[in-house]
Design a protein around this ligand. Structure first.
Ligand SMILES: Cc1ncc(C[n+]2csc(CCOP(=O)(O)OP(=O)(O)O)c2C)c(N)n1
Length: 673
């Protein structure tokens, strides 16, 4: 080695030593703050002692624009990404000045403004999100790479597999870094995973995989630099397995009763700080005393920070409910963009209206991406995206592997990075295999970042029973989603709304799920393609009568209209209220219509009765109006699995005559309000 090379090596290693020493000191201080009567950190915290060389080496190879998605054991990644030690420690200690204002704690820190797209407390869930961030980068021609770290245990997660498949299929600029410390929480990974080297899995995904000594920051830097160069050259993702020791327990209170003492002793011999120290002394450019001074400086800096953080205020209790979702409004830009309507509409089917909405949004917003299974070349199994790939190109409208976690997680990551993905989940039932990405990921971002960032993604899906559809292709799942704070949920009941509500969802800044009705796909309606853009939310009165209110959404609305016709034959005038959006729910419109109808309401839904949203509506009305002012019936499918036989389906699905009978019971019982 020439003197210049030796000097460069020593200089890098010394800088790495300083950084690793600081991370170790940060972790030691944080660990101490979990202990004793005056503990500042409540609950569990997971530390990266022994794994410091990975973020230090990896981020030394990347630029300040490149993005980071971290394992839940991610304090080292957060610090190396540029989050200040004070705001990170304050976050761990649940203080107002924490980087997430005390909303994240140790394992969910997120600071996209510092290129840190977040830790993830759901093991493996960060990988699809990293793919989405890389998708955004690639489609913006940004030449950015995304690095995502995860544990060896995480490699058994379905989401990890899906992300690797997805990244390879689109040759995304992602660097997958597995920090293999040999432990999956309290179980040794070798006892449950039967491949000796995790990097070898890469070949099965069609990408390069390497194993590297994760205690050597220089080796990590070099592999990550190579992977980044490949990614920037359009050669796709890489998998780097970093072998690291876990020096401490799985978490702060772990007594490690399951761990053989020999394994702990072996880990100590692989301590990256000790290794770097030995190497630096060998290179002869620094003394042991100077290295001790670096350690002492890190420790004293952390001591000061801990004392400062102790004095910081807790978050203001009044802020706990802020930043769940944004305001439901049409932005000024959007309002200016539309409004050339002549008032005349065009006749089309519901599914054609969906197609026209997608086309219009692709035209109007360069940031819209449309993807999902069969969505690109074939145009969707129901034709929702027909011809859109031809018109807008395969970069914006494309097919994905059959990987719902990757589709939804990809949408989350892309939406966090400036895109407006509209993804299709072919059947609502299939969303169940990937709900994590919607519920644990998309719905959290605005809250965690206190409104700094939101996730403007749209999930289109369809649901409900049609003749022959089985119990795995017929469920109505809207209540499951409407239960989740942070999500918008809309169910169009006609072609006009299939167009208008999808466009409102794309314009909205929060994650929206639009649940279409397959049974209504061929129903026709008049659609005003140039109508002013709507915001999410808002019920619509479809019929105006004063005797009884029939309320519902999606597929049940035409059935309610049928019930109103039957009631008219019996001399009863019914109002029909189409709720359209369950989140946000137009409570004011429901209350107004209820009062107009003398306090009598039948709420109907195709979903089964128990836990159905009908119960929620009735409860809210009773809370708003008082129990004596609301007389109600719920009409729904019974609590069964949906049978495929048309005869059996007809026996259980709510129909117009059941709804009309329930309405008659209420009307016959007299007026209470
Ligand atoms: C989806 C999910 N399953 C289980 C857990 C509980 N859990 C938290 S950490 C962990 C171990 C993860 O092991 P590994 O990926 O190897 O990371 P390491 O702890 O070694 O950093 C488990 C099982 C979780 N948080 N998320």
């Amino acid at each position: 080695m020439t003197q210049v090379e030796t000097d460069q090596k020593a200089s890098f290693l010394l800088d790495a030593y300083r950084r690793m020493s600081f991370i170790r000191s940060f972790e030691s201080t944080a660990l101490s703050l979990t202990k004793g009567d005056n503990a500042l950190i409540a609950g569990s915290a997971h530390f990266c002692a022994g794994q410091e060389a990975v973020p230090v080496g990896a981020l030394a190879a990347l630029g300040s624009d490149d993005q980071v998605v971290a394992t839940y054991r991610g304090h080292g990644w957060a610090l190396e990404s540029g989050i200040g030690a004070r705001e990170l420690l304050a976050e761990l200690c649940h203080k107002a000045e924490g980087i997430n204002g005390g909303r994240a704690g140790s394992a969910l820190v997120m600071a996209p403004h510092k290129r840190f797209l977040g830790e993830n407390s759901i093991v493996g869930a960060g990988l699809p999100i990293a793919c989405g961030a890389a998708l955004a980068s690639a489609s913006a021609g940004a030449n950015r790479v995304v690095v995502v770290s995860f544990g060896d245990g995480a490699t058994s997660q379905g989401a990890v597999h899906e992300a690797l498949v997805f990244a390879a299929s689109r040759q995304l600029p992602v660097i997958f870094i597995c920090e293999n410390n040999g432990w999956s929480e309290m179980t040794s990974t070798s006892s449950i995973v039967k491949v000796p080297r995790l990097a070898r899995r890469a070949i099965g995904y069609g990408m390069l995989g390497v194993t590297v000594d994760g205690s050597d920051p220089e080796a990590v830097r070099s592999q990550v630099a190579d992977a980044a160069a490949r990614a920037r050259a359009g050669e796709g993702p890489s998998l780097i397995e970093c072998l690291v020791p876990r020096l401490w327990g799985h978490y702060n209170r772990d007594i490690e009763h399951y761990r053989p003492p020999a394994d702990r002793s072996l880990a100590k011999t692989r301590d990256p700080l000790a290794a770097a120290r030995a190497r630096l002394l060998e290179l002869g450019q620094i003394s042991a005393g100077e290295l001790d001074a670096i350690d002492a400086e890190a420790a004293s800096r952390m001591e000061v920070l801990a004392a400062e953080v102790r004095q910081l205020a807790a978050p203001d209790a009044k802020t706990a409910t802020a930043h769940v979702v944004g305001e439901a409004v049409v932005s000024r830009t959007d309002a200016a963009r539309t409004g050339a309507s002549t008032g005349a509409g065009t006749e089309m089917t519901y599914i054609q209206a969906v197609n026209r909405a997608l086309r219009r949004e692709l035209e109007d917003r360069p940031e819209v991406l449309v993807f999902g299974e069969d969505v690109g070349h074939a145009g969707g199994i129901f034709g929702a995206s027909r011809d859109l790939q031809k018109e807008f190109g395969a970069e914006r409208v494309f097919d994905t592997p059959i990987a719902e976690s990757a589709i939804l997680g990809g949408a989350v990551g892309a939406a966090m990075c400036g895109k407006r993905p509209v993804v299709e989940i072919m059947w609502a039932d299939f969303m169940l295999v990937a709900l994590d990405q919607l519920i644990n990921q998309a719905a959290n971002v605005r809250y965690l970042t206190r409104g700094r960032l939101s996730v403007p993604m749209v999930v289109r899906t369809q649901q409900g029973a049609t003749p022959g559809s089985c119990a795995q292709h017929a469920q109505c799942l809207e209540t499951l989603l409407a239960h989740i704070p942070g999500l918008r949920v809309g169910l169009p009941s006609c072609a006009e709304d299939a167009y208008a509500m999808l466009r409102a969802a794309v314009a909205d800044e929060d994650p929206c799920v639009i649940i279409e009705s397959r049974a209504l796909y061929q129903s026709k309606g008049i659609v005003d393609l140039d109508a002013p853009l709507q915001h999410v939310g808002g019920a619509r009165l479809r019929a105006d009568g004063k005797d009884i209110l029939l309320a519902g959404w999606g597929s049940i609305v035409p059935v309610l209209m049928g019930a109103a016709a039957l009631l008219r034959e019996r001399g009863i005038e019914a109002s029909v209220l189409d709720l359209r959006w369950l989140a946000p729910l137009d409570e004011g419109a429901i209350e107004k219509a209820l009062k107009h109808c003398g306090g009598r309401i039948v709420v109907a839904h195709e979903a089964n009765l128990t836990g159905g949203f009908g119960g929620e509506i009735v409860a809210r009305l009773i809370e708003r109006c008082g129990p004596s002012q609301v007389r109600f019936r719920r009409v729904a499918s019974p609590n069964i699995r949906m049978p495929a036989s048309p005869a059996l389906q007809a026996a259980v699905l709510p129909d117009a005559s059941r709804i009309a009978d329930a309405a008659c019971e209420l009307v016959d019982a007299g007026v209470t309000a």
